[in-house]
Design a protein around this ligand. Structure first.
Ligand SMILES: Cc1ncc(CN)c(N)n1
Length: 233
């Protein structure tokens, strides 16, 4: 009986898509992201404005580099449909998401130059390195948390907004909980599963490591904004 249960369980796991298995493995880290003071206070609308401004400035830098990483991946794709999808993701990061920043910059004040913080530089350089030199399926796995974790966090925060009045961060929340962003996220998940299905199990594990690394870097990005992270020297 025990053997039967183990074998049913193993069959179930092997028939699961790469993204479903990955999300199961990443859940403890995702819960740590939800628990970050930055996200808790953003949910309640009482995140100090200087922390949000710092985050938005770093994120404007991040999105430019993220857009370049997506364009690089676009040029490495085999299927024309995927070339186009990644080119559209790059445009979305630079045009749609940065428009959100410009709205906030108008009300909060625009920094003239943005020097990336240590965590921001670490994250963007990691993505650019994978986009250019990693196996293309691994590069796609590395950028997936930037879509998927933001969607999950956006939805999670949005669900709690009925208890919050006049949240100053409503536009941010609406962007990541919105339908336009959701459509890109679903597409990115489907492409990742398609590439994973064509990859060896060792490449699939490298894809997981890349997804895990980028998820860690997402945690660090929010945490560094909360700490207004500076270069130590
Ligand atoms: C750091 C970070 N990661 C992801 C996203 C959503 N594309 C973002 N705006 N910023």
């Amino acid at each position: 009986m025990a053997l039967l249960i183990i074998s049913i369980n193993l069959n179930h796991k092997s028939s699961m898509k790469w993204t479903a298995k990955t999300w199961e493995r990443i859940t403890p880290l995702y819960e740590k992201i939800l628990d970050l003071p930055f996200n808790k206070e953003l949910t309640q609308g009482n995140l100090p404005v200087e922390k949000f401004k710092f985050y938005m400035a770093q994120d404007a830098y991040y999105l430019g580099e993220f857009g370049k990483a997506l364009s690089t991946i676009s040029g490495r794709m085999d299927k024309m449909e995927h070339v186009l999808d990644f080119a559209q993701f790059a445009a979305g990061a630079i045009v749609v998401e940065r428009a959100l920043h410009e709205g906030y910059f108008k009300t909060l004040g625009i920094p003239d130059t943005i020097e990336p913080s240590p965590s921001c530089l670490l994250y963007t350089n990691y993505l650019l390195k994978e986009a250019k030199y990693g196996d293309v399926a691994v590069a796609v796995a590395a950028v997936l948390p930037c879509f998927w974790i933001y969607k999950k966090v956006g939805d999670h925060i949005f669900e709690q907004q009925s208890e919050v009045q006049n949240n100053p961060y409503k536009n941010w929340i609406d962007t990541y909980a919105g339908e336009e962003f959701a459509a890109s996220v679903h597409k990115a998940i489907a492409i990742t599963d398609e590439l994973a299905a064509q990859s060896s199990s060792s490449t699939q594990e490298t894809m997981f490591k890349a997804f895990e690394m980028a998820s860690r870097l997402e945690w660090m990005f929010w945490d560094s904004a909360y700490r207004l992270e500076q270069w130590p020297v």
